[in-house]
Design a protein. Structure first.
Length: 91
């Protein structure tokens, strides 16, 4: 995963956790066949899990580095260009 995916998951997880906590602890509604408090608990747990996955993606996804070294030399027939690429952190 990339670093931006990690930040997006962190934000989504935080939003879900906040909405779930509000639904669980701040809303008192009596309905038949549907429990808003249970939905709040589900959203709270899903938000915490997404937040942790986003933190993990942010920690592991930011280690990719690419370095390019270019060498241009004058030869009798013109210019010679040598390019070296190094991708660090790729599997």
């Amino acid at each position: 995963m990339y670093r931006t995916a990690g930040t997006g998951l962190i934000a989504l997880g935080a939003i879900l956790a906040v909405v779930g906590a509000i639904m669980k602890f701040a809303v008192n509604v009596t309905t038949s066949g549907f429990s808003i408090n249970t939905v709040g608990v589900i959203l709270l747990i899903a938000g915490i899990v997404l937040f942790l996955v986003g933190v993990a993606a942010l920690a592991t996804g930011g280690s990719r580095r690419t370095s390019i070294r270019e060498d241009v030399q004058q030869t009798p027939t013109g210019h010679s260009r040598i390019e070296e690429r190094s991708d660090q952190g790729l599997p």
